[in-house]
Design a protein around this ligand. Sequence first.
Ligand code: FAD
Length: 326
Amino acid sequence: MNGQSIQKLKKRFGNKIQENVPFSSLTTVEIGGPARVFIEAKSTKELKEILTFVKTEEMPFFIMGGGSNLLVSDEGLEKLVIKVANSNIQVHNNLVTVQAGTTLQELVDFTIEHGFGNLNRMTGIPGTVGGAIYGNAGSYGQMIGEHIQEILAFDPEAEEEVLVSQDECQFTYRSSGFKKNGLIILEAIFKLPNEDPETLAKEADEALSLRTAKYKPGTKCPGSFFKNLFTNEIPEKALKMLPPRNDTYGKTPSYIFIEELGGKGDQIGSIKIADFHANLFLNLGEGTASDFWSLASKWHKKVLDRFGVKLEPEVQLVNLPPLGEV
Ligand SMILES: Cc1cc2nc3c(=O)[nH]c(=O)nc-3n(C[C@H](O)[C@H](O)[C@H](O)COP(=O)(O)OP(=O)(O)OC[C@H]3O[C@@H](n4cnc5c(N)ncnc54)[C@H](O)[C@@H]3O)c2cc1C
């Protein structure tokens, strides 16, 4: 971004514009170089104004939510980084409408308290509702996309709002159509069954205790690094090489492949694969994106060479090459 563009942004949005904000301060893994220019959009109106402005001025931009699923390069990003932070939850006609910048935890807590089912076991997933929809986040048998009736999004190219139906969202395991269509999620409408709040809270507590065994407090990571695999899509030969186990929800966890090859505890620089979980890549303190990428690429290649299985990152790599490519 050139100095003239930055001056224009400052003129339009004043002291809401910040320069050179390190991604290490914006992401849960605490890694990443500077966001050249940064703004937090605290309302839907403000978000649309920013998006319209960048379109008119032809400025490159990047959308983020809570930064809990991002690995950004050490060079950072020469773009306007827009953090979606509009936040509100409402109920009309038994439908829950939530703005994209609301934290997923606020939504989960709200639905439990008001007796709406199907999101309670996602308690503890960090980040925003927008980020969760983008990657179809989920846990313990629940996925956010399954319960969406409709999304209100903004098309930055056409500079207009669009309604996206459940079908058009194209939700699949840890993916959605938003990874391709370039739309910015403004708010989501959920259709959820009415259930007993006490039962929902009890289930949420159970899910949370399983979660905290994996993600210890203070852990610096972007969540699980690789996506799990559908067991019926794994070559027979590879399955035979794995130890016997009971798959949950028809999936084979990706950690098994890395664990089988002795990956637990492997380390490059300050990035380490957890001793207790082979799909958890931790920043021990001063970790770099470059070391993170190298460690992930190393195990991506080892699994491919040994099992013929191509692991796919669940984490969004930003300004970094695909794993294995230099
Ligand atoms: C400790 C820990 C535990 C986790 N556990 C889980 C888990 O159990 N299950 C799971 O699925 N994930 C898990 N994650 C990963 C992560 O929390 C989720 O993917 C989360 O939903 C990402 O939301 P975010 O707001 O942080 O998105 P970000 O990381 O900020 O962004 C992720 C992507 O979403 C896009 N995006 C964000 N907001 C919008 C928007 N409004 N419109 C369009 N695109 C948008 C961004 O451009 C980016 O590409 C975990 C992460 C951590 C750190």
